[in-house]
Design a protein around this ligand. Structure first.
Ligand SMILES: C[S@@+](CC[C@H](N)C(=O)[O-])C[C@H]1O[C@@H](n2cnc3c(N)ncnc32)[C@H](O)[C@@H]1O
Length: 437
């Protein structure tokens, strides 16, 4: 009966699994495995206190049960009790020094507690204790990439990802990480190899296809494919704010809204505004005081859900930006777009659609990544984002029908510790805005 309970538990049938664990405990009161697994299940169903109590009962019966200590640690980790979690993982390792899950979890909670030297040692321990385990090399590499003190850290991370792939050629997360780290090191040709290998394992995955083009291994598309944008940002949604604001010094929403406010003047809750590619809604609170109505559109449902939780928008729609704008002529006084048109190479169509969606006298405000040079070029860079020259942007604004354009250079985020050069662009549609003579 216990085995059956574990099977249905693994299959995600939590009601059936809970009933079976309880039946086991009715016939064998205190059966430690049933207590342990039922504890895990209770936590999964949001009853973490009950889960902790049950696993502690199991551990009173079998004190040297490494898996139970590890799972108890996981519950504490997920409920934010990091010191408790650390103690559990250490107890698991005292029972079984080769318990790789416990060691990986210990490294993670040390990192979360910002005890970086200890975390680094714990991550380094992983492949030493389990040299054949692909994930052990991968986790060490990811730690090094998250905490780059010097270029040697990135080189060591590359070596870790290569070892992970040697252990398991189908570890696509390691292939992904290898590609990104090689691009961070400027080793574009080698990155092409990593993306080709990843694509060979997952031919329908839009992410390696886009990144292969970004590294020059295939022709660049006119804009990032919808499936690529959705995949990347749905996965990124959970950690986007933390990653961008804390690690990458992301300033695009603030810098863009500051520039726009210089034109709009004092906030009067008077304008209809679209946040185009609103993501998790970082622009929302900044522009809200100027808005009578604030709409948001984004391709990624995951990102949009975060914007919904943040609040402040009147309507949020999951849609592709150009098509969405085209269907709504003369709808807004302001269309603002922070760090979204970097996923567009050809700006012609989206700017024409934005022009049509603005009312007379309305403003389009957006940021881009800057490309040096004077030939009116654009380029898909190996980061996967497009970069545009000033001349190209000016020409596209002109062709779309904007009458007044202001472009300023500004660093909008960092990458590998260095500021990324960007443009802040404001452009006006001709005619007079409401209320103007
Ligand atoms: C880097 S995020 C920026 C989000 C937000 N504007 C901010 O500054 O925090 C880029 C966003 O653009 C969205 N995006 C990219 N291409 C898009 C398209 N063609 N249509 C709609 N949204 C798009 C992505 O889903 C993502 O949420």
């Amino acid at each position: 009966m216990l085995q059956q309970a574990v099977e249905v538990h693994r299959a995600g049938q939590l009601d059936a699994a809970e009933a079976l664990y309880r039946k086991v405990l009715q016939t064998r009161a205190g059966q430690p495995d049933a207590l342990h697994f039922l504890g895990v299940l209770c936590h999964q169903r949001g009853r973490s206190d009950e889960g902790i109590r049950l696993i502690r009962m199991a551990l009173r019966a079998v004190p040297r049960h490494a898996d139970a200590h590890n799972n108890l640690g996981n519950i504490h980790k997920e409920t934010g009790e990091l010191a408790e979690a650390e103690a559990c993982y250490r107890r698991a390792l005292a029972c079984d020094g080769h318990h790789i899950d416990a060691l990986g979890n210990l490294a993670l909670v040390l990192e979360a507690q910002q005890r970086f030297q200890e975390a680094r040692r714990a991550y380094a321990d992983l492949p030493e204790r389990a040299p054949q385990l692909s994930r052990a090399h991968y986790l060490k590499g990811m730690y090094l990439r998250r905490h780059v003190d010097e270029i040697a850290d990135l080189e060591q991370a590359v070596a870790c990802f290569r070892s992970a792939i040697r252990c398991d050629g189908g570890n696509v997360r390691a292939l992904d990480a290898l590609g990104v780290t090689l691009y961070m090191l400027g080793r574009r040709d080698e990155a092409v190899g990593a993306y080709r290998d990843w694509l060979a394992h997952e031919p329908d995955n839009p992410v390696p296809r886009h990144m292969l083009a970004a590294c020059g291994g295939e022709a660049a598309p006119p804009r990032a494919d919808d499936a690529y944008v959705r995949d990347v940002f749905d996965q990124f949604a959970e950690s986007f704010d933390e990653q961008l604001l804390e690690n990458l010094d992301y300033r695009a929403p603030q810098v863009l809204v500051d520039a726009l406010v210089g034109i709009l003047g004092a906030p009067a809750h008077a304008l209809d505004v679209l946040d185009a590619g609103c993501g998790t809604g970082l622009c929302g609170p900044l522009i809200r005081p100027h808005a009578r109505r604030l709409d948001g559109v984004d391709l990624s449902g995951g990102m949009l859900e975060k914007a919904r939780l943040r609040g402040g928008y009147d309507e949020l729609v999951v849609a592709e930006l150009t098509a969405y704008l085209r269907e709504r002529p003369e709808r807004w006084d302001v269309v603002l777009s922070a760090d979204t048109l970097v996923y567009f190479g050809d700006l012609g169509e989206v700017l024409a659609a934005a022009h049509a969606a603005l009312r007379a006298g309305g403003w389009m405000a957006f940021t881009l990544e800057a490309l040096d040079g004077g030939n009116g070029r654009l380029e898909l860079s190996s980061s996967g984002r497009y970069q545009h020259e000033r001349g190209y942007v000016e020409q596209m604004l002109d062709e779309a029908g904007f009458v007044e354009a202001r472009m300023t250079a500004s660093a909008l985020r960092k990458e590998v510790g260095k500021p990324v050069a960007g443009w802040v662009v404001l452009a006006r549609k001709g005619g007079f805005a409401r209320g103007q003579a």
